[in-house]
Design a protein around this ligand. Structure first.
Ligand SMILES: *Cc1c(COP(=O)(O)O)cnc(C)c1O
Length: 503
């Protein structure tokens, strides 16, 4: 581990895992990556009889260079062995038709963000100990729905850390809003912002770059940090389930150890699929990653042409967590495929910033397409896919998973590639019950609210509503603060003053 973590833009080297987890983003605007990734290896045969947690410890021990085995064990057991997940193992693999679904949504908030956000708080508190930081950390998150609730649930009542979530007041679903407003925990605060998601996200970015404000917070003993998906502490936990699903297929006799398989990933910020790529670098046999997008198909175009161009329309779809035009983690992939060429990456990212687009070299493009394919689907095809899978196999998919399923369908028809495929299933169908109901049964009957729709969907399909979403409508709202998009910083001062952070 010569240089440990380094920035994709070349400005920082030799950063330890704990320092990277606390900082989130590198000081030069780049992302931290493990410089040693090509020197580490996991042997599939060593994993065959491991539990999810044991496998997690093995993976983390390779990446968390300054954590002790005891510290890693503590973090892992707090996240994955403390009854937070619905089943004995946090994830499961289901065979449906000619493919496998890796269900990543059986955690406390019913979305795959839980896989990382249940452990990130523990990685963060341990990192603070390692770094000798005595301050309190206040996590600020702007959310369009899923991340906010998963971060709240993960950080709730974690000593030494406070969490504030901003969401666009009229920009999230009823279920998502209710999930957040009913969040318990003395150290949590949820704020509805009078604006759209971009306003909300910009507001948070402005707070992070407001030096006087950050100094004032520092004086008050508070360090601002973030839990979004560019943090390596969110990326590393996602490597685990790729190995876990592979081992499951081996154990169930579906493949032999060493057989390459395909992974189909419904993609937004490119975090999930990048974790799969990292898994492949350290020994997971992968034939191809299929990157699935909705109508916001910027990545499909990139994998077709080598040109990443965000000057395009933005569509609101029924898979909102993939409604994204800047897939931040693509930077990490290109950095690795270019042989850690930081100057080249810095140049591309400056072009993206200034002109809204960049074009990778033909050499880099070739490397990219060796392992990745892209595809997208329309809203109509997504709805049909939900309906079809239910009609034929009685399998319920949320719209994000359905995008992946439909993209895979097309990929397979066009290429004839019949390599065994795992589709990453990223949300419970009940998290997006409204769209799932409509896709299968048509228009929602008049007079049914969103909670009635969940019950009706469960009645009609016999698939139970996951526990965290049952009786959600009966729970009391615990958060009532709203603010104008220009007043987001003041909410922090109020929160800190009320000593919610310094519990
Ligand atoms: C966040 C999210 C995604 C996209 O994952 P990325 O890591 O951002 O690519 C897909 N589906 C669901 C349900 C999500 O919440």
């Amino acid at each position: 581990m010569k240089e440990k973590y380094i920035s994709t833009r070349g400005g920082q080297k030799n950063i330890s895992a704990s320092a990277g987890i606390i900082a989130g983003l590198a000081t030069d605007g780049g992302l931290y990556v493990p410089s040693f990734i090509h020197d580490i290896h996991i042997n599939i045969n060593d994993l065959i009889n491991l539990t999810y947690s044991a496998l997690a410890e093995k993976v983390f021990s390779l990446f968390l260079d300054d954590f002790t085995p005891e510290q890693i064990h503590h973090c892992v057991s707090q996240a994955y062995d403390s009854g937070l997940f619905e089943m004995d193992e946090p994830v499961c693999v289901k065979e449906v038709s000619d493919r496998f679904f890796l269900e990543l949504y059986h955690g406390p908030t019913c979305a795959f963000k839980d896989m990382a956000l249940t452990i990130l708080p523990h990685l963060m508190t341990t990192s603070m100990k390692i770094q000798g930081i005595k301050k309190q950390i206040l996590i600020l998150t702007a959310t369009s729905g899923d991340t906010g609730k998963a971060a709240l649930a993960g950080f709730s009542d974690v000593p030494g850390i406070g969490i504030m979530v901003y969401y666009p007041k009229n920009g999230v679903s009823t279920i998502q809003e209710k999930q957040m407003l009913t969040q318990t925990g003395r150290n949590t605060r949820v704020i509805g912002v009078d604006g759209n998601f971009d306003d909300t996200q910009n507001g948070v970015k402005l707070i992070f770059s407001d030096t006087p404000f950050n100094q004032a917070m520092d004086q008050a003993g508070v360090l601002l940090s973030s839990a979004n998906s560019i943090n390596i502490g969110r990326l590393l936990p996602q490597i685990i389930y790729y190995f876990f699903s592979y081992v499951k297929l081996v154990k169930n006799g579906k493949i032999h150890p060493g057989d390459p398989i395909n992974f189909v990933v419904p993609t937004g910020n490119f975090g999930n699929i990048l974790a799969g790529y990292y898994a492949s670098l350290i020994g997971l046999p992968v034939n191809r990653f299929i990157c699935a997008s909705n109508a916001n198909n910027i990545l499909t175009d990139f994998f077709k042409t080598g040109c990443y161009d965000r000057n395009r329309n933005f569509y609101k779809t029924m898979s909102p967590s993939m409604d994204i035009l800047i897939s931040s983690n693509l930077e990490r992939l290109l950095f690795d495929l270019s042989g850690n060429n930081a100057p080249a990456l810095a140049k591309l990212m400056t072009q993206l910033q200034n002109r809204g687009h960049y074009h990778v070299s033909s050499e880099l493009f070739k490397k990219t397409t060796n392992l990745f394919s892209g595809g997208f689907t329309s809203e109509k095809a997504t709805a049909e896919s939900i309906k079809e899978m239910y009609a034929q196999f009685h399998y319920l998919m949320d719209p994000h998973t359905a995008v992946a399923n439909q993209v895979y369908e097309t990929y397979r028809r066009q290429t004839g590639d019949s390599t065994p495929a795992v589709i990453l299933s990223t949300a419970s169908p009940y998290k997006f019950g409204h769209s799932v109901y409509q896709s299968i049964f048509g228009p929602i009957p008049e007079g049914l609210n969103d909670f009635d729709v969940l019950k009706s969907l469960a009645d009609k399909t016999g698939v139970p509503i996951p526990k965290p979403l049952t009786n959600l409508d009966k729970k009391p709202d615990l958060h009532h603060t709203t603010c104008h998009k220009d007043q987001m910083a003041e909410c922090i001062s109020d929160f800190v003053r009320e000593a919610k952070v310094n519990q």
